[in-house]
Design a protein around this ligand. Structure first.
Ligand code: FE
Length: 337
């Protein structure tokens, strides 16, 4: 059946009139400079014009919803599985049946019905100041609810989707009750009312406001690679701790792509998705965004390697997306601002 489907889709793409296959409209929540060079490569190689609209993820999703069937958007590129899942639940996406994407991208990093696919992976470990945190003091993320961490933790607000997805992943690993108890203690240990982004938490540790921060790996890597030497200096003072290496593994999330329900140029859009999963795109994309490639055999950048190898949690990200509301409830109940 799969073979037949593939044969049919090949047939469709080879017989699609050129006028239909000549452009693809991408709505991207990734910064233009982090995706444009790849899109230009695709344009040249495939003779397809790529029109790029960039914006904030939630704003782009609302825009697609309000454009409805008249939306010119073919593809959405965004970060965090929570957002991809929201778009799916809002009935904005179209399922993709691509043998290539299915074989290249691990099952836990894509929607089981083909509604979205990961393009890069990021991890959310603990970052700590080695002068104030002893080796061996850190272990599982669950231990951060212990009173010994009182006033020592910086993390951004519960509005932030990265934290919502982190808590949702914890629910799949530890169960709702355990995660609620953890959140109650964890929030009590905050050094300050949550504010700012992930970079601000890293800066706060170095400024002495807290001893540890939870932040995505590409923020620390981005600061280390920054042309601003002040940022380099700050980031180089922190060390990365990979929580739960003895147990369930460290929380990871993705950036991904999804084909839109009313995509006017779906064949070309699918080709672009497949191009973004090619080895050379993966390498470029991961290196320039300081993220981990999702295709096996593609090397992690030298900079990310300096954080060390780690065991990532093996949680189907689709479940993480689906548990978003439960995670928010737990965070609210714990008083996580
Ligand atoms: Fe981010």
């Amino acid at each position: 059946m799969k073979k037949l489907l593939l044969a049919t889709s090949l047939l469709i793409s080879s017989f699609t009139p050129l006028s239909n296959a000549q452009e693809v409209n991408v709505y991207s929540a990734r910064k233009e400079e982090l995706i444009k060079p790849l899109l230009e490569e695709f344009e040249t190689a495939q003779k397809v014009k790529v029109n790029l609209i960039t914006g904030k993820a939630d704003a782009l999703i609302s825009r697609i919803a309000s454009e409805g069937q008249f939306s010119p958007a073919d593809l959405i590129l965004t970060t965090d599985v929570g957002r991809l899942q929201r778009a799916k639940e809002m009935n904005l996406l179209s399922a993709v049946d691509s043998e290539l994407l299915q074989s290249k991208i691990a099952a836990n990093l894509r929607d089981e019905d083909g509604y979205w696919f990961a393009l890069t992976m990021r991890a959310r470990p603990v970052m700590y100041h080695p002068d104030r945190v002893k080796t061996g003091e850190l272990g599982s993320i669950l231990e951060l609810a212990d009173a010994k961490w009182k006033g020592r933790i910086c993390i951004r607000s519960s509005n932030n989707i990265y934290n919502q997805s982190m808590v949702a992943a914890m629910i799949t690993k530890f169960g709702e009750e355990k995660v609620q108890n953890w959140a109650n203690g964890f929030v009590k240990n905050f050094a300050r009312t949550p504010k700012g982004g992930d970079r601000d938490q890293i800066k706060a540790v170095v400024a002495g406001q807290c001893d540890i921060a939870i932040a995505n790996t590409y923020y620390l890597a981005g600061m280390l690679a920054d042309t601003d030497t002040e940022n380099q200096k700050i980031a180089s003072q922190l060390k990365v701790h990979w929580p739960d290496q003895q147990g369930t593994g460290t929380h990871v999330n993705i950036s991904g792509a999804a084909l839109l329900k009313h995509a006017p140029n779906s064949a070309a859009a699918l080709r672009l998705m497949e191009f973004l999963a090619s080895d050379s795109s993966q390498q470029w994309y991961a290196e320039n965004n300081h993220e981990y490639p999702v295709v096996a055999g593609v090397e992690t950048s030298a900079l990310l390697k300096t954080f060390g190898d780690f065991k990532a949690e093996d949680v189907p990200l689709q479940q993480v997306g689906e548990l978003n509301a439960s995670a928010i409830k737990i965070m609210d109940k714990a008083g996580w601002k």
